[in-house]
Design a protein around this ligand. Sequence first.
Ligand code: AHG
Ligand code: MN
Ligand code: MN
Length: 333
Amino acid sequence: MRRVTLTQFLIEQQRKGLMSADLRLLIEVVARAVKAIAVNVSKGALAGVLGEAGSDNIQGEAQKKLDVIANDILIQANEWGGHLAAMASEEVEEIRPISGDYPKGAYLLLFDPLDGSSNIDVNISVGTIFSVLRCPAGVSAPTEADFMQPGSAQVAAGYAVYGPSTQLILTVGDGVHGFTLDREMGSFIHTHADMTIPEDTKEYAINASNERFWEAPVQRYIGELKAGQDGPRGRDFNMRWVASMVADVHRILTRGGIFMYPMDSKMKDKGGKLRLMYEANPMAMIVEAAGGAASTGRERILDVTPVQLHQRVPVVLGSKNEVERVVRYHLEG
Ligand code: AHG
Ligand code: MN
Ligand code: MN
């Protein structure tokens, strides 16, 4: 079997006119950073990378050492190559323009350096999520306002999952492709072509401890799934919750399912739990490109116009028919 590396795959995409040379470089650099993060994640306690960093991020969340390490790796890898105009990270309050020491490029890169931080110390899968926007034409010194583009404007999105193997999942809009890290060779190999999400599923993912805080449409939907064969759906459903969005979405991309972090009464003032620009948007782009759907419950995620870099949204994504049902329940009130 012909082994196609990420580099080969991207060059072929470029030749087909699906991406520019700079976007290819950007993805290669992110992939390189992901390899470095994977090394740190997999060494765990041996490298002293577990535990708290002793600081809080802009969200008021305690940072883990690996949150900080992954953030530094992504920033250092991406700042000098000339492919970016600016970056933004979950772990950094303000956007990070490319310093005057380096050439500036046409893209904006946003990332959640380490997703699923609560799983780091217990050796459960974590990930990295990234989103790529175009820097508006004529803007040489981007500000936060230049990042305020809906998810539908993303030119690429991806994530890495650091599980039993490290995988990189990528879309530039024309389908979803998966690559597995060959640790001995140090390269990503194209192992999953055209990943698709089945329209129907019998698996759902939600943090059920929040049930009493959910809105009525979500209570109704999950209640019906839990009622199984005896309820209105007339069949049994199964539940999974890793608490790393990357791992939960990866399962859905592999075998279908619905993932929900819906609005709940204790986070109403924040707008939801997950962050729009570097969690919900890239995952929504991937899920849609795989034939699934992604909604806030009331609106397509990719249509939400952001007003703040770290803004949060409710998230319902995965198998199309289930997501559409949840949206219908919201519209019915
Ligand atoms: P992060 O570690 O980047 O802050 O994101 C964690 C998110 C997401 O990955 C996951 O789905 C969710 O938080 C889990 O939340 P609960 O702990 O409330 O289940
Ligand atoms: Mn996250
Ligand atoms: Mn994170």
